[in-house]
Design a protein around this ligand. Sequence first.
Ligand code: EPZ
Length: 421
Amino acid sequence: MEKIIVEGGNKLRGEVNISLAKNSVLPIMVASILSSNDITINDAPDLEDVIVLTNLLSEMNCAVNKNINGDLIINTSNIKLVDMNSELIRKMRASFLIMGPMLSRFGECKISMPGGCNIGTRPIDLHLKGFRLLGAEIEIGHGFVEAKAKKLIGNRIYLDFPSVGATENILMASVFAEGTTIIENAAEEPEIWDLANFLNSMGAKIYGAGTGKITIEGVKADSLKGTTYRAIYDRVEAGTFMVAAAITNSKIIINGANEEHLRPTIEKLKECGVKFSGAGENRILVDGTGQKNPVDIKTMPYPGFPTDMQAQMMTLLSVIKGSSIVTETVFENRFMHVAELVRMGANIKIDGRTAIIEGVDSLTGCEVKATDLRAGAAMILAGLVAKGITEISDIYHIDRGYVDIEEKFRKLGANIYRSNN
Ligand code: EPZ
């Protein structure tokens, strides 16, 4: 079984190149279903989730190829309506985003219910609420969701929670809907803006993406052109390396960091005592060498502190003297990394959705598991500073969202490698 092995104690130095955003590229790949022309996605990150979605689109008779520059070329002109392979759907929730564009293009879609995962049940009620308000009939049974709509009519859709996936699915379902669709209390994550920007580059008419109110003027079906598009940088990968600089008391340059997208993470790290300075276009110098202070964190939808950075920050707080409180408001079960950190000597107590962290002098290396994508990254961060060797298993979670993570850390001077036994 593959593991990542880290020996703690090294400082980091130099520069790391951040990949393009997984949570942009996945919905953008799915949105290519809305056009019958060639779509080129520049520099698509070579991630497990991108491979799973590539396989799924190929199973639907789409052409998905990677050219020598690492660009994904997608053509969905021969796409077929198939019963979505429940294995692949369950493997990756983001595949449920296929429903919106399939409804738009074919007026129907049958797809297996996406599974939950370690961090929560991951319901889809808001996705289905949006589809119904656009005129679709929804049937759920035998582990499948079936949506049918003779015609999609624009409507006003209020989201009880600013769900990223529901916003994206409804956005894609309304591109060809007749008239105007307004999504209120929409998710404001930068990846939503990126998806809308991609669709507008094909000829869609989407306004206000990145704010809580998005307006979509329906355009004629099969009117979308082909496009070549480069997604935004991965703000969670960049944030993970910022925490790495802080936890190892190092100074590094992050190449591929959009300061605005990283504002919530940067502000919280500044409170901890980390210093930042611009080092050019999308380049940030992170100085984690100073005195660190305990801080309180409450995860919120963007522009609040990102839930995808919670495990990484908790790891940092576990070695900062003093008491910190972390409250996870977005997912109901995103503290699976706590038990692994406690195995390494952290002093963390959970009370419902709140974790109380008492900073310890040091962590000790041992065998730990990656319990989800970001928790796995947090285990690497813990290993960087733990005394001795940390062996991380179940690293398939990490490969879903980070390209060559151990390579990137090794280049920064960490003592880290991947073992196959
Ligand atoms: C996206 O997941 C991201 N995944 C997640 O990143 C991220 O953690 C999450 O947004 C929040 O930012 C991708 O973009 C592929 P949500 P998504 O719908 O869309 C509730 C990572 O590590 N909800 O905003 O599934 C839900 O239960 C991954 O890269 C409903 O109640 O997130 C959850 O509590 C992990 N009903 C909350 O909203 C619904 O219909 C946030 O879910 C949908 C969601």
